[in-house]
Design a protein. Structure first.
Length: 275
């Protein structure tokens, strides 16, 4: 199976020796995405050691959780998760609470059995149809990729906010049939999971900041608001831009993240946001 760009170990970028004792910030990537989308945001976060962690398509949902927990190597961290990443981060927080200082969700995708169907965006509905077809009829994967490429030629990827410089056909989950089949399996498994049904998740007391993009057409802002309201200690922030705001509007996202981290540094373990 083709391998996506993935961290095999956590290599933290340290700002200085004196700051290396701060809890690290681990950027939890979305399914099928490489580390480039995090480059601008990572450069704007000072003081904390940082690392980008990306899941392999060969890992099951529980496998992703176990790999992330293992790679933290027993050191608690702030988990900043994008798109599908927040579900993994929540499972880690519930199963390994000693590893999680706080949580930040960027444009979180929580499509699942517990979510109202009317929240689905047009993008999600079309992706469900595509991935379900790939799972049930894998022999059609190559033909579907050809059809998608023809569609993209007349409807540029910028329609979902994907910056051109991040649109790399060589690393896309649509680059070949085998990768698309693996992506379909992982994503449908992801959608079948609802961590909010776990009472331990709903009872989490770590501080959580939920960041949405005002122009996000991938994830409905109303669902982001629902997620923020699910936790007793959460803060909701809206920034400009869409689903790739972490890259296209990195200054705004960095401001929200820096405020979250600064509050945690001042009063570790007892940060509380107003509801």
């Amino acid at each position: 199976m083709p391998r996506l760009s993935t961290s095999s170990s956590i290599n933290f970028r340290k700002r200085s020796v004196s700051e290396s004792t701060l809890p690290p910030v681990v950027f939890v990537n979305a399914l099928g995405q490489g580390p480039a989308a995090w480059s601008r945001l990572r450069d704007r976060i000072g003081r904390h050691p940082t690392s980008v962690w990306s899941p392999e398509l060969s890992w099951t949902r529980t496998g992703q959780e176990e790999q992330l927990a293992r790679l933290l190597s027993g050191r608690s961290a702030h988990l900043v998760a994008w798109c599908t990443g927040p579900k993994t981060a929540l499972h880690v927080a519930a199963d390994y609470p000693e590893l999680v200082e706080s949580l930040v969700f960027l444009n979180p995708s929580f499509k699942g059995p517990g979510r109202p169907l009317d929240i689905d965006t047009e993008y999600e509905s079309e992706l469900v149809d595509l991935l379900s077809t790939v799972r049930s009829r894998p022999g059609m994967a190559a033909r579907l990729i050809d059809a998608l490429n023809r569609r993209r030629a007349s409807n540029p990827s910028s329609s979902i906010g994907l910056p051109a410089e991040l649109d790399d056909p060589g690393t896309s989950v649509f680059r070949d049939a085998a990768t698309l089949i693996a992506y379909a399996e992982r994503h449908l498994e992801f959608w079948a999971d609802d961590p909010l049904m776990d009472p331990r998740v709903k009872a989490l007391e770590v501080p959580i900041t939920v960041v949405s993009g005002a122009q996000d057409v991938v994830v409905a802002p109303s669902d982001v608001a629902r997620i923020a309201a699910s936790f007793p200690r959460s803060n909701s922030v809206e920034v400009s831009g869409g689903h790739f705001a972490l890259y296209t509007h990195s200054d705004e996202v960095a401001q929200a993240l820096s405020a979250h981290l600064a509050a945690a540094d001042v009063e570790p373990g007892s940060l509380s946001f107003p509801r």
